[in-house]
Structure formats: structure tokens, C-alpha cells
Design a protein around this ligand. Structure first.
Ligand code: NAD
Length: 487
């Protein structure tokens, strides 16, 4: 008997159970060799008091099978519930989110009939680190973390994906004209890795005009690699302009575990109505079948799906007058066409992708390949963040100058990143959150954490309220912190 692949299945919330049952029916009729374990995650689990939305026995199943096929999940609003998707992606190290976006003209109406692009979204870092704090009554912050190993892994994945899938170009999108350190690092690593793939064209675009260009002329893009948040936004834009957000599937790939899902959410507005389009999840299942070495079944399902569209069977959201079919009729139409090929669309033919030893080595440079780089790190000073709703910038500046001591000098005070002392503008709006930059007095000298503790003690004794500090470092002589606007 042919071996079956163990798989964990979560039907999800909202339209999740409807589209999952539809997809599983197609998989069964197509002869997918699967041995499923079903888990309960999402809304019900959250509302039972589990703030992560996933019980221990679901984690056990995931560790056993290393493969999750998942319907969309509803994250209840407020109440401290953490996004289950983000938790699963980060806990299981699913660093690459692969989102193909293809248009299916002429049978699905779109302004972009020649679109065939793949967004490769970094899945673990950036603002999705979920590190947020309220620091003063008026100010909250979210930490944006970009790492060199995380960037290298996803960018290398994008180039490897391009090579393996016969793609010609990889475009990187960041906002490094503003975020010079975080997005700047992502861009820099992109330039470094691109040099290792001379057969693939590499280019970079600032994210705002980049997403505008995806929306306007998606046919000019091939593979696009982006940090987490931009990738999330851009891939919904890209999916929507193919005709519907309900069409695209996605793969979340890690070194050991993989998760496959539709890109859309649980669509509570249409849940239970029997009209949801199962295509996003069907596409996710096709990607999963290729991943687990069942390209024959993936080919059968994808061709049957294309033939279904060609025969004019479309779900309601894809038709202007709402005349389309419901979920089960669409599903039966796909099943009836298993074994058939499209005649207008190019039929697909998936082949087994066997990752070589070398691939794993290349995609996991941090763990297997790379000693930590030797970098000379030197402390330059400290940013002390103060809470005050009573001081003017000048009062604060004059007090802090007295407290700077022999080691430091007060370089600048900013409010929301803009200089307010010395010589601030009266027009600049200020909140209760002040960043006070203390720089080492003698440029060639040294300061230590002990000196910073001394400075903080003096600030405390003067009755000022510090809420956090950030050390200012140079790495190999290069400034590792941004200047204040106006500094
Ligand atoms: P959504 O993607 O669920 O819905 C957006 C719009 O697209 C709605 O009008 C919906 O009816 C339509 N739509 C979505 N999928 C469709 C399909 N298969 N067929 C036909 N129409 C479809 O986005 P939302 O409304 O912002 O989010 C709803 C919930 O889903 C939220 O709780 C959100 O957190 C969650 N969500 C989950 C995931 C996931 O599990 N991967 C992803 C995104 C959003």
C-alpha cells in the first residue's frame, strides 16, 4: 500500500469548516495519500479562556506530523488574545510565507490578465514581534525588530525559490529611505545575497511606490521579497487584483514544519451561507501536496480547478451580478473534472522537488553555517526617555545639562523624534514623552554601563521620571543609531 502522509488539520472559524470540508472532499476524490489528525484551534479555544487559541494537545499533534493544513481563524477583538497565526508561525519557525498571485483571465475578470507573481513575506520578525508598551499616558510604542539572520534566511529563500521555479527576477521592497537601520539592513542583506545569484535579476523598490506599481502593473513583477508587515499588505492587494482575495493560497515554510492556508480570513459576513469560495484553500492544498511529494495529485486537482473555471463555473463573489454557484456546487464541479485538463489555460504539471543537502545548508546559514560575526562594539552614549507633562523643553534641557556629569553631554532632546532642545521651534507639537540623548563627552574616550547607571541615579534624584533607556553603540566604528530630526 502507498504510504500516507501524516497531517494535522484545523478547520478554523467562520467559513473555515465550509471551505475545509469542500477541499478535503476534493483531496479524497483525487486520491491524496493523507493520514489526518483533526485539532480544535481558534475562536472556541480562545473563548474557553486560552489566550493563545491553541491547546497543548494541538501542539502535540503538530510536533508529531510537522504539517498543518489550516482554515482561517477568527481572532476575537480585545481581551488580550494573541493572534494564533502569528503564534504558530513564530513558535514553529515558519519563516517563509509564500504567496503566489496569478490572474485567470479571461474566465475571471481582472484588469491585469497577465499577472503571475509570487510574494515571499518574512514571517517571524518586524512589527509582528508583538513587543508593545504603553510608556506614558499619551504614548505607546511597538518595537520593529529586523535581524541579519532572519533577513538573510528569507532573502536566500526568495532567490532559491526563483531558481527552482524558473523565475527570472527578485524584487525587494522596503522603506529604507526612512528606516535606515531596520529596513536598511534588509536591503543591504538583499544586495549581498543577490550577488550569489548572478542569473537572477535583482532590484529594489521603496514600498509605497512598489505596492502602487503592483496594483497598477503587476505583470512587471516576478518574485517579490519583503519584511513581514509590507508583505502582509502587499499580498492582499495582489490577491484582490487577480479577481478575489478568495483565490490565493499560501505556504508557511520552516526548517522542520510547514503550514498551508488560504490567505483570506474567516469572512464572518458570509459564514454559514454556503457561498464561500474554497479556491484559496484548494490552492493551499496543491502547494501542500507538492511539498509532501505528491505532485501527481497536485497536478490532477489544479488542472480540474482550471477546467472548472473554463467551463464557466464560478463562485458568487467572482461574478458581477452574483449569479455564481455556492461552495458545494463548485466543489462537485471540480470533483467531476478530476482527470481533465484545461484547454485555454496552460495545464500545470508539478514535479517532485527533492531538497538537497546543499539547499538545507544554504537556507539555514545561521544554525549550520555561520559563526557569529566578530564585530567591535563601542558604547557612545545613551538615550534616556523621560515622562513629563509639566516641563517645557527648555526647562528640561537646562536641568539635564546640569545632570550630565563629567562623562556625558546632553546632545539633543526630541519629542516624537523631532528636536525640541536646544533651539526647538515653538510650532513643534510635544507630548509627554521626551527622548534625551546623552553623548560621551570626549569623542575618543570611553563610557560604561556603570556611567549610565550613575547618570540615571542623578536623574532620579532630581525628581525626573525615566521610563526607558537605549544604549547608543558604534559597530566597527559605524553609528548604530539614527540621528534625531534636526540633530
Ligand atoms: P476576510 O479575508 O475574512 O474577509 C474580507 C472580505 O473578503 C469579506 O467581504 C469576505 O466576505 C471576503 N472573502 C474572504 N474570503 C472569501 C472567500 N473564500 N470567498 C468569498 N469571499 C471571501 O478579512 P476580515 O473580514 O478582515 O477578517 C475576518 C477575520 O479573519 C478576522 O477575525 C481576522 O483576524 C481573521 N483573519 C484570519 C486569517 C487567517 O486565519 N490566516 C487571515 C486574515 C484574517
Amino acid at each position: 500500500m502507498t504510504e500516507r502522509t501524516k497531517i494535522t488539520i484545523a478547520k478554523g472559524d467562520g467559513i473555515g469548516p465550509e471551505i475545509m470540508d469542500a477541499t478535503l472532499k476534493i483531496l479524497e476524490h483525487a486520491g491524496a495519500r493523507l493520514d489526518p489528525e483533526f485539532i480544535e484551534v481558534g475562536e472556541k479555544v480562545y473563548l474557553s479562556g486560552n489566550s493563545a487559541g491553541i491547546p497543548d494537545k494541538a501542539w502535540d499533534s503538530l510536533r508529531r506530523t510537522k504539517l498543518l493544513f489550516k482554515g482561517p481563524i477568527t481572532t476575537p477583538q480585545g481581551g488580550g488574545y494573541k493572534s494564533l497565526n502569528v503564534t504558530i508561525r513564530k513558535t514553529l519557525g515558519l519563516y517563509a510565507n509564500v504567496r503566489p498571485n496569478i490572474s485567470y483571465a479571461p474566465f475571471i475578470e481582472t484588469k491585469h490578465p497577465d499577472m503571475d507573481l509570487v510574494i515571499i513575506r518574512e514571517n517571524e520578525e518586524d512589527l509582528y514581534a508583538g513587543i508593545e508598551h504603553q510608556q506614558t499616558p499619551e504614548v505607546v510604542q511597538c518595537l520593529k525588530l529586523i535581524t541579519r539572520p532572519g533577513s538573510e534566511k528569507i532573502i536566500r529563500y526568495a532567490f532559491e525559490y526563483a531558481v527552482k521555479n524558473n523565475r527570472k527576477k527578485v524584487t525587494c521592497m522596503t522603506k529604507d529611505n526612512i528606516m535606515k537601520l531596520t529596513d536598511g539592513l534588509f536591503h543591504k542583506v538583499f544586495n549581498e545575497v543577490a550577488k550569489e545569484y548572478p542569473t537572477i535579476e535583482a532590484d529594489h523598490s521603496i514600498i509605497d511606490i512598489g505596492i502602487a506599481r503592483i496594483a497598477d502593473s503587476p505583470q512587471n513583477f516576478d518574485v517579490i521579497v519583503m519584511p513581514n508587515l509590507y508583505g502582509d499588505i502587499a499580498s492582499d492587494v495582489a490577491a484582490q487584483i487577480t479577481g478575489s482575495v478568495g483565490l490565493a493560497g499560501s505556504a508557511n515554510i520552516g526548517d522542520q514544519v510547514a503550514m498551508f492556508e488560504a490567505i483570506h480570513g474567516s469572512a464572518p459576513d458570509i459564514a454559514g451561507k454556503g457561498i464561500a469560495n474554497p479556491s484559496g484553500l484548494i490552492h493551499a492544498s496543491v502547494m501542500m501536496l507538492v511539498h509532501i511529494g505528491q505532485p501527481d495529485v497536485a497536478t490532477t486537482i489544479h488542472n480540474a480547478w482550471l477546467k472548472t473555471l473554463e467551463d464557466g463555473v464560478l463562485t458568487k463573489e467572482l461574478t458581477k451580478d452574483g449569479s455564481g454557484v455556492g461552495t458545494s456546487e463548485f466543489t462537485e464541479a471540480v470533483i467531476a473534472r478530476l482527470g481533465q485538463k484545461p484547454s485555454v489555460y496552460q495545464p500545470v504539471h508539478y514535479q517532485e522537488i527533492q531538497p538537497s543537502e546543499e539547499d538545507t545548508f544554504k537556507l539555514d546559514p545561521v544554525v549550520k553555517n555561520r559563526p557569529a560575526p566578530k564585530v567591535e562594539r563601542k558604547l557612545d552614549g545613551v538615550d534616556v526617555f523621560l515622562y513629563s507633562d509639566t516641563h517645557t523643553p527648555d526647562e528640561l534641557g537646562q536641568t539635564l545639562e546640569q545632570l550630565a556629569g563629567d562623562e556625558f553631554e546632553l546632545a539633543i532632546i526630541t519629542n516624537r523624534g523631532v528636536k525640541v532642545y536646544p533651539n526647538g521651534f515653538p510650532e513643534t507639537f510635544s507630548t509627554d514623552h521626551w527622548r534625551c540623548r546623552f553623548q560621551m563627552k570626549n569623542a575618543g574616550g570611553t563610557v560604561t554601563n556603570g556611567d549610565i547607571i550613575g547618570l540615571l541615579s542623578r536623574i532620579e534624584d532630581a525628581g525626573l521620571d525615566f521610563i526607558k533607556t537605549e544604549n547608543l553603540y558604534r559597530f566597527d566604528g559605524e553609528r548604530g543609531y539614527s540621528l534625531g530630526q534636526g540633530q
